[in-house]
Ligand binder design. Structure first.
Ligand SMILES: CC(C)(COP(=O)(O)OP(=O)(O)OC[C@H]1O[C@@H](n2cnc3c(N)ncnc32)[C@H](O)[C@@H]1OP(=O)(O)O)[C@@H](O)C(=O)NCCC(=O)NCCS
Length: 181
């Protein structure tokens, strides 16, 4: 399929980079649990971007555990900020270890980030995935995130340089989005 450049694309990046955010400090961690999974914060640090000259953004890193037995089943991070690098790599990255996939845990983990997003006045974030990552696309759909477009990853981006990633799906997840059951 031929890739066409959408004229709205640059405007979209500009408006994403201009989104409001409040950051005075890393928030005191609220309890992040929905009774099925819980998040425990393992690290906070300034992180990304790979673009020289762009400021780093505050990042939160969590383990995801099941509440019934406390087993660590994956991890999730949140990058609080909006810049051109994050447009492509998204504000969050998540992973569920293979034996625990298929139980909707990633969707639950994403939803548990909401209090932190709210604390930083972030009304929406981007979640992005490789264009052929069907499982991650399903996570976005179940969250009620809106598909914006599939973009070609620029050559300066770490996703291209380090992982050879060519096309990336961009989803927008608004805090007021109605999630699917
Ligand atoms: C993407 C990922 C986090 C989804 O986690 P999850 O908790 O298994 O998500 P869900 O249970 O909602 O399943 C999502 C889809 O994964 C697929 N899936 C289901 N069971 C699966 C299994 N045992 N193994 C692999 N994929 C499975 C299905 O397509 C499912 O969609 P469906 O609910 O419509 O059937 C997980 O597959 C993963 O860690 N992948 C590797 C890392 C990654 O790609 N991270 C995303 C980067 S943006």
């Amino acid at each position: 399929m031929e890739y066409k450049v959408d004229p709205e694309f640059e405007k979209e990046i500009e408006s994403y980079c201009a989104l409001p955010i409040k950051f005075d400090h890393f928030v005191d961690m609220p309890e992040l649990s929905d009774g099925v999974v819980s998040l425990s914060c393992t690290l906070t640090k300034m992180t990304t971007p790979g673009i020289p000259g762009l400021p780093k953004v505050p990042g939160y890193y969590f383990n995801i555990s099941t509440c019934n037995d406390g087993v660590c089943i994956g991890d999730i991070n949140l990058r609080t900020g909006y810049n051109e690098e994050l447009y492509y790599s998204g504000n969050t990255g998540y992973r569920i270890y293979e034996p625990y996939r298929g139980h909707g845990y990633a969707v639950r983990a994403c939803r548990l980030l909401k209090p932190i997003l709210k604390a930083h006045n972030m009304e929406k974030i981007l979640i992005t995935n490789a264009h052929d990552n069907h499982a991650s696309v399903r996570v976005c759909e179940k969250l009620g995130a809106k598909f914006l477009r599939t973009v070609r990853v620029p050559q300066w981006h770490v996703l291209f340089r380090e992982n050879g990633r060519d096309f990336q799906n961009i989803f927008e997840w608004s805090m007021d989005e109605v999630a699917l059951p």
